[in-house]
Design a protein around this ligand. Structure first.
Ligand code: SF4
Length: 405
């Protein structure tokens, strides 16, 4: 018996779409929707094409991660998403707004452990729902809004520890971006979905005003006007249809083509939390993730950075590399993932070994992606530039002498 079997046939429509993507053609919504049906040999071909596209832009076979600390500046928020365990009411157990001293203590320890990024993550404009927060912010140093406090903490972390802030604080106006831009290497806001349907009663975004897609799109555009490189992405499995998932990827592609400031797209899987409205909702499985990652690669092309967090699929994340992703996101040797507190980060040495086992080399990057650093393609403030220059090698990765395993 021969060990080499004849490859199973691929559906002609699927084959044509995949070949057009490999030829560098820009796929349309109908193509993405057709790819959603990929199963069996079609799925194998789709995933293989995604891996090939990734390697065309990254023949060195590098996969990146950012060594970070996580600063949950406040877990108050004006929204109430159906899957969120992070958010708390002001009088609820676990509600907390970090003081400047707490921020500095964690950042100093992170710097000591070789971290380069400070992920500053918090709820969206919580003072609009909980005005009592304003008194707290005044006590901390006369701050008049959460974004003003965030900007001050980013400055404190950057100036006192040298860590590069990457802030994720929800929707922001142009003026708020102008306040935060001098102290951030990059920032982030997940689009999550482009479907307003999810805000309807019973949906995951019901009662979450800032999850309106147009507000998040506006925020990404405001970021571009402020000269800010952005991380965004989709959260899959929260009730969107497969077609809506593809449509969200295309919305992000459109923003990047118009504004040029999307440095990275996250494909993140929903995880059910026992204290949320969606505690009984099904979670996406690994095959669903691989299909979505591969479609994202075909729609967005070889050069877009595509990330999926390894801690949200501890047993299966290694397979993601087969579907054309090229980044693991931020990993912390010090702080937990406060958004998914049940999901521990992998040890960086283990992540490195798993990545090598799949045939790739793990390299540390900064909060600003290597190509944005090395080509000087994206303007950053002088204070941020000084720290980037201290950390980065000529290719924009972290200098090997500064990497820790
Ligand atoms: S997911 Fe974000 S916006 Fe939604 S409730 Fe939680 S912190 Fe607020």
């Amino acid at each position: 018996m021969s060990l080499v079997s004849t490859p199973a046939p691929i559906a002609p429509t699927m084959r044509r779409i995949i070949e057009r993507a490999l030829d560098g053609e820009r796929l349309r919504a109908g193509d993405g929707h057709a790819l959603l049906r990929a199963q069996g040999p079609d799925l194998t071909a789709l995933v293989a094409a995604a891996a090939e596209l990734n390697l065309r832009a990254r023949p060195h076979r590098r996969v990146t991660y950012s060594r970070k600390i996580f600063l949950p500046l406040t877990n108050l928020c004006r929204d109430r998403c159906g899957y969120c365990t992070f958010v708390k009411g002001p009088r609820q157990r676990g509600a907390h707004t970090m003081t400047p001293d707490e921020v500095l203590a964690v950042a100093r320890e992170g710097a000591r452990l070789g971290c380069k990024e400070a992920l500053v993550s918090l709820g969206d404009h919580p003072e609009l729902r909980h005005p009592e927060l304003l008194a707290t912010l005044r006590d901390f140093g006369g701050y008049r809004s959460t974004p003003e406090y965030v900007a001050a903490m980013c400055r404190l972390v950057l100036e006192e520890t040298g860590l590069l802030p990457h802030t994720n604080c929800g929707t922001l106006s142009s003026d708020e971006f102008a306040m935060l831009a001098p102290w951030n290497a990059s920032m982030g806001i997940m689009l999550e979905s482009a479907s307003p349907r999810l805000l309807e009663k019973g949906g995951p975004h019901h009662g979450s005003f800032t999850k309106a897609p147009e507000l998040r799109i506006q925020t990404l555009e405001n970021a571009a006007h402020a000269g800010m490189a952005m991380t965004t992405g989709i959260l899959i499995g929260i009730g969107e249809t497969p077609e809506e998932r593809v449509n969200a990827l295309l919305v992000i592609r459109d923003i990047h083509e118009r504004c040029g400031n999307i440095q990275e797209i996250i494909i993140q899987n929903f995880r059910a939390k026992s204290d949320t409205r969606m505690k009984r909702a099904d979670e996406p499985d690994t095959i669903d993730m691989l299909r979505t990652q591969a479609i994202a690669r075909l729609l967005l092309g070889p050069s877009m950075n595509i990330q999926s967090p390894p801690n949200l699929n501890a047993d299966g994340y290694q397979t993601y590399l087969m579907a054309g992703i090229n980044d693991w996101g931020g990993i912390s040797p010090l702080t937990k993932d406060f958004i998914n507190p049940e999901a521990a980060w992998p040890a960086i040495a283990k992540l490195r070994a798993m990545t090598a086992n799949a045939g790739y080399e793990l390299r540390e990057r900064l909060a600003l992606y290597p190509e944005y650093v090395s080509e000087g393609r994206w303007p950053v403030s002088p204070a941020v530039r000084r720290r980037i220059d201290a950390f980065a090698d000529d290719d924009g990765f972290v200098k090997p002498t500064l990497e820790r395993w």
